[in-house]
Design a protein around this ligand. Structure first.
Ligand code: RIB
Ligand code: CA
Length: 320
């Protein structure tokens, strides 16, 4: 049976490719998508998701309105130079918001409906998920199967500041609430997502199959994202698909090595904001009562790339 997933996201190019990956993967059943600010504003993120669902002819994935700003209420910058003005590189999605953008309490209805069959995956700023924890409390939230979180950078450079990754930096307080309240939580940080490199050659091979309606879009948004990454990381041969890797982990947990740790997140000054820290000293053992999460630290790249090509060349699955 396909894994039921409630996805929190902020599309964004790698978020969009992650949604496409999920829609093309018969082993994943998206039951809902919560759209929040992050790479673009929340309204644009919603429109982008509606466009992807329309391309897939999927009207059985509910669309839920998430946060428009971090918990602090401050403005955070968007990233048009990486994701494009509208979040889909050079593509402007048609003005076609799905009629029903459901209220946030739909999150709790889905948790009640699916309980331990539901996996919550967050590949954006964690504001909406933190709000869900604050509203419902950990007892209800932790009735789900678990939580996959894309964020953080442990003992490696950040991608927004020297030490911080974008999702944790965008709302560090939310990231702290989520990482300290989740049970069965797994973090996919830059340590592994930076390795999820997809090259233009691979995209060209996928697109040449003409197997599904996403492929022209895939090519356009990937090329934009790759051009941006070439400016960011001189000499890079492809682009890291952070959010796709987090979705890949759902059906391929064996492709990673994990370590269980308590996580701390910098909340204050700019240099520490969003920085993720865990105690990696060999002598350090977690106290049994400490709240820990699993952190993915190593990736089997060949498994990732083979699965990525396989899924992205699928025909659209038929989901009842
Ligand atoms: O740091 C990578 C994350 O930030 C991804 O979720 C990507 O979409 C960007 O916003
Ligand atoms: Ca994202």
């Amino acid at each position: 049976m396909a894994q039921k997933v409630l996805l929190f996201c902020d599309p964004g190019i790698d978020d969009s490719l992650a949604i496409i990956y999920a829609l093309l993967n018969p082993a994943i059943q998206l039951v809902g998508i919560v759209t929040s600010y992050g790479n673009v504003n929340q309204e644009q993120a919603t429109q982008n998701v509606a466009y992807l669902l329309e391309l897939a002819k999927r009207d059985n994935v509910v669309l839920i309105g998430g946060a428009k700003s971090p918990l602090s209420g401050e403005f955070t910058p968007f990233y048009p130079e990486i994701h494009g003005e509208e979040g889909l590189g050079p593509i402007r999605p048609p003005e076609m918001i799905k009629e029903e953008l459901l209220n946030f309490d739909t999150v709790f209805n889905l948790i009640e409906e699916y309980g331990p069959e539901l996996l919550i995956v967050d590949v954006g700023r964690m504001t909406s998920l933190a709000i869900a924890f604050n509203l419902a409390g950990p007892e209800i939230m932790n009735t789900v199967q678990g939580f996959y979180l894309m964020g953080g950078a442990f003992l490696v450079p950040g991608n927004v500041t020297a030490g911080a990754e974008a999702n944790f930096y965008g709302d560090p307080l939310a990231a702290e609430i989520v990482t300290t309240k989740v049970e069965r939580g797994v973090i996919y940080p830059l340590n592994v997502t930076n390795d999820a490199i997809v090259t233009p050659t691979i995209i060209d091979e996928i697109v040449a199959t003409e197997n599904n309606p996403f492929q022209p879009l895939m090519k356009a948004i990937f090329d934009y994202y790759y051009e941006a990454y070439q400016k960011l990381v001189p000499g890079i041969q492809g682009s890291p698909l952070h959010d796709v890797l987090t979705l890949f982990a759902i059906t391929n947990p064996q492709a990673f090595k994990y370590i269980e740790k308590k996580v701390f997140i910098g909340l204050t000054e700019e240099t520490l904001r969003g920085v993720s820290i865990a105690d990696f000293r060999p002598r350090a053992e977690e106290e049994p009562e400490e709240q820990t999460v699993a952190i993915a630290l190593e990736l089997d790249y060949q498994e990732f790339i083979a699965d990525f090509i396989n899924v992205m060349t699928n025909k659209l699955p038929i989901i009842e």
